[in-house]
Design a protein around this ligand. Structure first.
Ligand code: UT7
Length: 330
């Protein structure tokens, strides 16, 4: 028997230092106009050397916990969606748990690239809905600058660093909360977006470093086409399963990778710009961080209020596809 679950707190954090398009013009053969026209990105936030994913996840988690009106000891579960964990092991969830002093939580990292936040949200929702715990922390955080090749103009212009976290709590039957989720993977898309070395297939060696294999490699066009098609498809499916259409939505928040992907998908879904949040201009693609950062901006602009019907979607490396339908709770 599943019980109702609400979002009771949201927190985000980005490192203070920015990397602008003009600065990138000095680093690779590109132009600020090209980046703006092709992606919609103007600047990204970049962590200083030595700053790891748990360092940016921590302030985001603290803010979410404070808003939920609980203490870290109330958390029963912590899941960190990330592609850039502090270390392969121990998990970033363990590092965060210790730093928060969340003495009663267990948890783990979740690898779903740009779908990391939505997969974490789905997992944390299930933990609370089944009664495994009363409060769970779902984090999406990445220090993408640690795996980006700043000599590769096709990828270095896209990514930034950022973190977001939500607390999910058991709710009363009348409270606005999570309605449904639908996630998919399509592993045939693996080679289109990957980091070739550093895992068991190709452990780190002088050769892998010399060949720059510890950086993100991407077939941008393949990812672009898949993202537009799947964002529309998964949105329609999840809405339909719940007897809804895009007309019913108050806000649509997708993963923020490229303005043109979001515009193409939302046009197909007949969602006008007033019901779509696009904030990648200031952050770039922060991988697992984008959706909480977008929710935070939507709320600050007064475009996201308690009770609003919201659809969250993502497409990422794997390929991974995620969607969560909810009534906003805080
Ligand atoms: O979260 C999931 C992760 N990623 C994504 O969702 C990204 C999906 N893909 C994209 O966003 C786009 O494919 C990109 C922004 C990466 C590229 O945009 P595009 O419109 O697909 O451009 P393109 O790859 O077709 O490249 C067009 C031209 C090429 O030159 P030629 O072959 O036409 O002479 C590129 O070499 O633009 C060139 N180019 C650049 N020029 C200036 C590629 N990168 C740059 C650059 N500055 N940074």
């Amino acid at each position: 028997m599943m019980r109702p679950v609400k979002v009771s707190g949201l927190g985000t954090f980005v490192p203070p230092r920015t990397l602008t398009n003009e600065q990138l013009e000095q680093m690779v053969e590109t132009s600020s106009d090209w980046i703006m026209q092709r992606t919609g990105i103007r600047e990204r936030h970049i962590a200083d050397k030595g700053v790891a994913t748990s360092d940016i996840a921590y302030p985001a988690a603290l803010a979410a916990i404070a808003e939920a009106g609980i203490t870290p000891a109330h958390l029963g579960f912590i899941v960190v969606g990330t592609t850039t964990p502090d270390t392969i092991f121990p998990s970033t969830a363990c590092v965060l748990q210790a730093r928060l002093g969340a003495a009663n939580a267990w948890g783990f990292d979740l690898g779903a690239a740009c779908s990391g936040f939505l997969y974490s949200l789905s997992t944390a929702y299930t933990m609370v809905a089944t009664g495994a715990c009363d409060h769970a922390l779902a984090v999406g955080a990445d220090v993408m600058s640690s795996i980006i090749d700043y000599t590769d103009r096709t990828t270095c212009i896209l990514f930034g660093d950022g973190a977001g976290a939500v607390v999910l709590s058991a709710a009363g039957p009348a409270e606005p909360g999570i309605i449904d989720f639908w996630n998919e993977i399509d592993g045939t898309g693996g080679p289109s977006l990957c980091m070739p070395a550093g895992g068991s297939r190709m452990p780190a060696s002088h050769e892998t470093v010399d060949k720059r294999l510890h950086f993100v490699k991407q077939d941008g066009t393949a990812v672009f086409k898949f993202a537009v098609r799947k964002t529309e498809e998964i949105s329609r499916r999840l809405l339909e399963r719940n007897g809804l259409t895009s007309r019913d939505l108050d806000l649509f928040v997708s993963h923020q990778a490229n303005r043109r992907i979001i515009e193409a998908a939302t046009e197909r879904l007949e969602l006008e710009p007033s019901r779509v949040i696009i904030n990648l201009e200031r952050f770039g693609n922060t991988t697992a961080g984008t959706i909480p950062l977008a929710l935070n901006d939507a709320r600050a602009e007064g475009r996201l209020k308690k009770g609003n019907l919201v659809l969250l979607t993502s497409v990422g490396a794997g390929f991974t596809v995620g969607s969560v339908l909810l009534r906003w709770g805080c």
